[in-house]
Design a protein around this ligand. Structure first.
Ligand code: BES
Ligand code: ZN
Length: 492
């Protein structure tokens, strides 16, 4: 059993003013039947040693507390047959026993580097412990930044630590989102855009600029796909989203707050022109707004106050880059995107190889992609996904040449390979698509696959219907409803 508060679900968990504009500390008393373990987004956890008989069943009583004020959406509870293992000086991983060893070896020794780098860049980690709960496969998100206890999809447990950027992301929310919080869900980009920036700064510090740029390139591809699909004028491609009364903020969820948000924060860094100076600004911004909630204008004001010369130069009104009129309110592709050329040594080979395959695949150079980083493979596949120009023969050769791609269990690779096979109606590999949809229920994987299927051939459409029937009772209810919506819209 688990709860998911963000964005507006915790009102059905406990009575509250369910808005991120206000914060409070909390305590909770949780009774669970003997044999189960309860965990919460809390920094104190006392398990009463005495069992209590309730209706003839022995119960364990837990007392939880969090002494740092948080918005309601960050309260979280999970109960299960959970075990834990230490993975760092202030960190444990929690999961069901069959997953414990794999989770421990994926995370052991790395989370502390992520946290301490975050502390050096953005200020003290105020939350006490940092634990990770690895969820069942139907968990709808990559990760959820519940304080002291990040919830993550089991898809990141791949055996080679290649998808731990999700952990860096959720740790980054310890400053952006959880300390400094969007005051309402129209300002969601303040949480996610700053977090993407912080995530990539930590990545850059630990793994170097080329790798950070490679990872950011895949982010840019996601934004590109989103804007191409929705159109340049779509209101959801605005940084500040208009959410009418009665609309569930989750229904506005898309890549814009993440990647356009990242582009804007990168733009601010570029204006400052000095990485260290901008890091110092971010640290000071966190210190000024910690334990508070804010809107974009508060951030603009503080930026201009911190850099008085820019205020004097009216940098926020610069034509084409106005903070409010352009960045916040204009839909479509941002007028500034960060320079990712420092990633060339990693992105270049992926782009070259994709080009050769798209040109027919006859003279493809003999590159050993076995040596590539997972994100290079993602970049390669993103390039292939830009077109629909691969022949059936090329698809078959691709599948045979790169078992590391066609036979993978790495969900990020598998998502893209699935999309590619559906897009090209390469039915020989539809079995893999089925298996992918059964193996996990993450929203960002499941919905794109269904959207592609309903656009495809009759075989693809049939597969969408069959897979929905087969998996609907395993999916998180939110994801299930969205899939149903996709099928309904396609009259399936
Ligand atoms: N807070 C989000 C997840 C979320 C957003 C839940 C909106 C409910 C409503 C989390 O921090 C997040 O962004 N997760 C990403 C991680 C990725 C960007 C590395 C995800 O789930 O894909
Ligand atoms: Zn996030």
């Amino acid at each position: 059993m688990y709860t998911q508060g963000q964005a507006v679900m915790n009102r059905s968990f406990f009575p509250c003013q369910d808005t991120p504009a206000i914060k409070s500390t909390y305590t909770a008393t949780v009774r669970v039947a003997e044999g189960f373990t309860a965990v919460m987004s809390a920094n104190t956890n006392v398990k009463n040693p005495n069992l209590v008989d309730i209706n003839g069943v022995n119960h364990q009583i837990y007392s939880f507390g969090l002494d740092v004020p948080i918005p309601s959406y960050l309260v979280a509870l999970a109960v299960g047959d959970l075990q834990s293992a230490r993975v760092g000086p202030r960190s444990h991983v929690w999961t069901e026993s069959c997953m414990l060893e794999a989770c421990k070896s994926e995370l052991d020794g790395i989370v502390e580097d992520f946290i301490s780098t975050g502390e050096r860049l953005f200020g003290e980690y105020v939350w006490g412990n940092y634990d990770v709960l690895v969820m069942p496969p139907s968990f709808p998100f990559g990760g959820m930044e519940n304080p002291c206890l990040t919830f993550v999809t089991p898809c990141i447990i791949v055996g080679d630590k290649s998808l731990t950027d999700v952990i860096i992301h959720e740790i980054s929310h310890s400053w952006f989102g959880n300390l400094v919080t969007n005051a309402n869900w129209s300002e969601f980009w303040l949480n996610e855009g700053f977090t993407m920036f912080a995530q990539r700064r930590i990545t850059e510090e630990l793994f170097g600029k080329p790798y950070a740029c490679l990872e950011a390139s895949t982010g840019q591809a996601l934004l590109r796909q989103h804007i191409d699909n929705e159109g340049q004028d779509h209101p959801l491609t605005k940084l500040r989203v208009v959410i009418e009364p009665g609309v569930d903020p989750d229904d506005t969820y898309n890549e814009t707050p993440y990647e356009k948000g990242f582009a804007f924060v990168s733009y601010l860094q570029n204006l400052v022109g000095d990485v260290k100076k901008f890091d110092d600004f971010l640290k000071s911004y966190v210190s000024k707004y910690k334990f508070k909630s804010l809107v974009a204008e508060d951030m603009f004001d503080y930026f201009l106050e911190y850099f008085p010369k820019m205020k004097e130069d009216k940098i926020d009104k610069k034509e084409g880059f106005e903070f409010t009129d352009t960045w916040l309110h204009k839909p479509g592709w941002p007028t500034y995107t960060p320079d990712l050329s420092a990633g060339k040594e990693l992105t270049g080979p992926a782009e070259d190889l994709a080009k050769q395959w798209r040109e027919g695949g006859q003279k493809v150079s003999d590159v050993d992609i076995g040596q590539w980083k997972t994100y290079q493979i993602l970049h390669f596949l993103d390039q292939l996904l830009e077109g629909t120009d691969l022949s059936q023969v090329t698809m078959a050769t691709l599948a045979k040449t790169y078992p590391k791609i066609s036979g993978t269990t790495n969900a990020e690779i598998r998502l893209r390979w699935s999309l590619l096979t559906i897009k090209h109606d390469y039915v020989a590999d539809f079995d893999n698509v089925k298996k992918f949809l059964v193996s996990q229920g993450k929203q960002k994987y499941t919905l794109p696959v269904y959207r592609q299927l309903v656009k495809g051939s009759d075989t693809a459409k049939k597969l969408a219907q069959d897979m929905y029937k087969e998996t609907k009772d395993m999916l998180h209810v939110g994801v299930k409803d969205y899939v149903k919506g996709i099928l309904d819209k396609a009259n399936l």
